[in-house]
Each structure stands twice: as C-alpha cells, then as structure tokens.
Ligand binder design. Structure first.
Ligand code: HEM
Length: 168
C-alpha cells in the first residue's frame, strides 16, 4: 500500500483527482481491481431458466433459479494464483476473460452504473487515503471548511424590511 500512497501523494499532493488524473493513477487502478476481486459488493447473481436446459451436466426445468457466484470465481486458483492474497500487482499481468472477473456482472443484465461507480471510486478513494493538509486537520485554529466549493449565500433578511407594508 505504500506504493499507492506514494502515487497519490506524488501526483495529487492532497487534492482530489481531476478528470485528467484518472488515467494516470495505475497503482490506484490495480488496488481497486484487486479490491473488487476479493470483495465484490454484490457477491452472487441469480437467473431463472426461460426453458428446459442442460447446464454443467444437470437437467434444469423451465423456471429453475440458478445461483452463481463471482465471489467464488474470483477466488479460483487456476484463474488467480494465491487467490486469498491481496496482490494488486497481479493486475500487471492478469488478463481474465469477462466471465472470470465480473464484479459488475456480464451480459444483458450487467450493472448499468459501472461507469459512474468506477469514477466515484477513483475519486473518493484517493480523498480518503491521502492525509489532510495540516491546515485542514481537526482542531487547527482557523481551519477552513472541509470543502472548496463556494458556500451558498445566506438569504438576505433585509429584503423583508424593503417589502412595502400592506395597505390597510
Ligand atoms: C461498486 C459499485 C457497484 C457494483 C459492484 C455493482 C454491481 C452490480 C451487479 C453485480 C449487478 C447485477 C448484474 C447481473 O445480474 O448480471 C448490478 C446491476 C445493476 N446495477 Fe450496479 N453496481 C454498482 C453500482 C451501481 C450504481 C452506482 C448504479 C446506478 C447509478 C447501479 C445500477 C444498477 C442497475 C440498475 C442494475 C440492474 C441492471 C439490470 O438488471 O438490467 N449500480 N450492479
């Protein structure tokens, strides 16, 4: 993980990643892939058979529920050697097929939020992992607001007094 900290601190200097950074953080990319391999937030899928069929040597009736788990596939040693180990560097060479590595599913029911989710992960994780600059740490005098966005201007209460009084 020190490699990741070096990459983030060296390229971002405590800032949140901008769009142009996202392509240039290869260690972060590998850490995310490895995290989604070992701990996919969705760990199994189900499908219903639309018609009688044979699958893996078993005959299934129409309407059977088939449960399959990429949590298990992601831990198969013939696909991912030392599968229980968190080894982001395996992604320097690993090239699983889309049916061997599928944290977002595969096929017509694949996650439609994949692009949004992967951008959010790549932006939020560096923000969580980088140390806050000294002037942002809790307890510092004059600590500015946690975010850099302009604050909404509070409503100007003087407006009320400029409203003409209702005629009686
Ligand atoms: C790390 C974040 C996420 C992971 C790991 C994830 C994973 C998945 C998985 C495994 C499926 C089922 C795929 C299948 O059955 O083959 C799925 C479906 C779906 N996901 Fe995500 N998802 C994530 C984030 C999101 C986000 C942010 C959205 C929406 C903004 C989203 C929207 C959906 C929808 C609508 C489906 C159902 C698609 C369908 O049945 O046609 N997901 N997701």
């Amino acid at each position: 993980m020190s490699e990741l900290h070096d990459e983030l601190n060296g390229r971002l200097h405590g800032a949140a990643p901008a769009l142009e950074h996202l392509e240039r953080l290869p260690v972060l990319e590998r850490v995310i892939r490895e995290g989604l391999r070992l701990f996919p937030p969705v760990s199994y899928y189900t499908r219903a058979t639309a018609e009688p069929m044979e699958l893996g040597g078993r005959r299934l009736r129409k309407g059977c529920t088939v449960v399959f788990s990429h949590y298990i596939t992601h831990r198969m040693p013939d696909i991912f050697p030392n599968p229980e180990r968190f080894q982001p560097e395996r992604w320097l060479t690993a090239a699983p097929t889309p049916y061997e590595y599928l944290p977002f599913g595969i096929g017509p029911r694949m996650c439609i939020g994949i692009t949004y989710a992967t951008v959010v992960i790549r932006v939020v994780l560096p923000m969580l992992l980088q140390p806050l600059p000294p002037d942002r740490r809790a307890g510092d005098p004059g600590r500015p607001a946690r975010h850099d966005h302009p604050q909404p201007t509070p409503p100007d209460c003087r407006c009320a007094s400029t409203v003409p009084a209702a005629r009686t």
